[in-house]
Design a protein around this ligand. Structure first.
Ligand code: BG6
Length: 483
């Protein structure tokens, strides 16, 4: 075999609050992300607040909320999640374009507050389920395998406000009920499920719903997500014996800045700290080095009897990850899991992300060496400024080159290193709003959406040059990656 394996799952990926919109339609409840403002590379996104004294305020989207403050919407602020790029009203057109490219799969997230508007109702919102019924049936009509992210860094707002999000065990029950609702509705139609998105990188009120963002709160919240994931997998397998469950991890290869043994050890420890989450979920137990991390970060985890057994009994069936960039570390590096120091050997994107295709082969090998479970590259792509020419064409050669080089590395990992990788979903196949900056101009798609950073535009869809290129890649099952 010199190319991708037969049946390889080619496709694209999106997240509801960046893409779907329709925030006050179909009975959808408020979502944690609905309070996030737009930002830019220079200006961090904010959560708009009502402060303790009733006045207006804002806070950095990854920071703790001031005491007594609550998220609040204001009419004169633009909130990107409210419209996304309007998949809610363009789903047929967008899925048709995916089918035209030959997608074998489409990864999307269900909006939790569309199914349980407050997160803890007795019965789900039937209108919300009907929306996803239509989406899933449309995908199946084109033989596109739906791949569902149950929770993409979000919660119904009510669960954040009243229960402090994932810091509360109550939210585990709410999540499990929500997941079970999806399994019962879509069994027989959906085989691949992700319990969470980028669980090793989540943080901030909008993503985990906790008012405070210290290490203790964070690791406790993530422990609850581990338990929730295993409980969902248990029920999922009972209801759908053939289903496969993953969770998504944000990976970036972390290189030592020099061959000084201290730098090498520092990079090793940073990488391990990021892989901690996958270690727990793929191997089914907290690793030995948890002690070092928790001691250094002053975390005292509270576990209930049975938590460890559950995590052990219901680990992930496959490991999926996002890969956009690599990074470096040295003995003095002081960055968190998603940070990193620059690498002079790598070019930077306009948003300062180092481009390193070989780092993807590293990651695939590292994960396969470590877990021996099937892998899925569930996000990869280039956020770039696209220019629309006078005739409406968009020549995104830079995106094609970026994707081609990364796909070559996956091919080498599969064919030379014999890594078991069964799918690739390019991030943001239809343009959507950036998670990190809330901008529209940071575009990833094969399909351009006419909308600006303030949500203005016709929302018209048009094909970029990368559209036909990816169509060719899928048609040749990855053997023609020329660009
Ligand atoms: C991943 C997220 O972290 O990176 C996506 O799962 C996100 O939601 C993607 O959009 C790219 O990041 P950004 O900040 O460029 O949108």
């Amino acid at each position: 075999m010199t190319s991708y394996p037969e049946g390889f799952l080619w496709g694209g990926a999106t997240a509801d609050f960046q893409y779907e919109g329709g925030f006050n339609e179909g009975g959808r409840g408020l979502l944690s992300h609905d309070f996030e403002t737009a930002g830019s590379a220079e200006k961090t996104r904010q959560i708009s607040l009502k402060l303790k004294d009733g006045s207006r305020g804002t806070v950095d989207y990854r920071a703790s909320l001031p005491d007594g403050a609550e998220a609040c919407l204001y009419d004169d602020i633009y909130y990107p999640s409210h419209q996304g790029t309007d998949f809610y009203h363009h789903w047929q057109e967008d899925i048709k374009l995916m089918a035209e490219m030959g997608f074998k799969t489409y990864r999307f997230s269900i909006c939790w507050s569309r199914i349980y508007p407050n997160g803890d109702e007795v019965k789900p919102n039937e209108e919300g389920l009907q929306f996803y019924d239509k989406v899933i049936d449309e995908l199946l009509k084109y033989k596109i395998e739906p791949l569902i992210t149950i929770c993409h860094d979000e919660l119904p707002y009510h669960l954040c406000k009243e229960y402090d999000g994932w810091s509360s065990r109550y939210v585990i029950d709410c999540y499990v009920k929500y997941a079970q609702t999806l399994f019962e509705r879509y069994k027989g139609k959906v085989k691949y499920w992700l319990t969470f998105n980028e669980i090793n990188a989540v943080g901030g009120y909008a993503q985990i719903g906790t008012h405070k963002q210290d290490h203790q709160t964070h690791y406790q919240a993530v422990h609850h997500m581990f338990v929730a994931s295993s409980r969902a997998i248990k029920i999922g397998h009972e209801l759908m014996p053939n289903a496969m469950f993953g969770t998504m991890f944000a990976l970036s290869e972390i290189y030592p800045a020099t061959c000084d043994p201290e730098d090498i050890f520092a990079a090793y420890c940073k990488r391990r700290e990021s892989l901690f989450f996958a270690d727990v979920m793929a191997r089914g137990e907290y690793p030995n080095y948890t002690h070092e991390i928790f001691t250094r970060k002053n975390v005292q985890l509270h576990k209930e009897p049975g938590d460890d057994e559950l995590i052990k009994l219901y680990p992930l069936d496959f490991v999926s990850f996002s890969y956009y960039r690599s990074t470096t570390a040295n003995k003095n590096s002081d960055f968190d899991i998603m940070g990193g120091d620059v690498n002079p050997y790598c070019e930077l994107t306009k948003w300062g992300w180092p481009v390193d295709p070989l780092g993807l082969r590293f990651c695939l090998n590292r994960l396969y060496d470590r877990y021996q479970k099937p892998l899925f590259v569930i996000e990869n792509g280039l956020g770039a400024l696209d220019e629309v020419e006078a005739d409406g064409s968009i020549h995104d050669t830079y995106r094609i080159e970026y994707l081609a080089k990364h796909l070559q590395q996956i091919r080498d990992a599969i064919t030379i290193d014999k890594v078991d990788c069964f799918g690739y979903t390019m991030w943001g196949n239809t343009d959507l709003v950036s998670l990190g900056t809330g901008e529209m101009k940071k575009r990833y798609g094969f399909v351009y959406v006419d909308m600006d950073d303030q949500g203005n535009g016709t929302l018209k869809r048009s094909k970029k040059d990368s559209f036909d290129w990816y169509k060719k890649v899928i048609a040749t099952n990855g053997s023609d990656l020329d660009y």
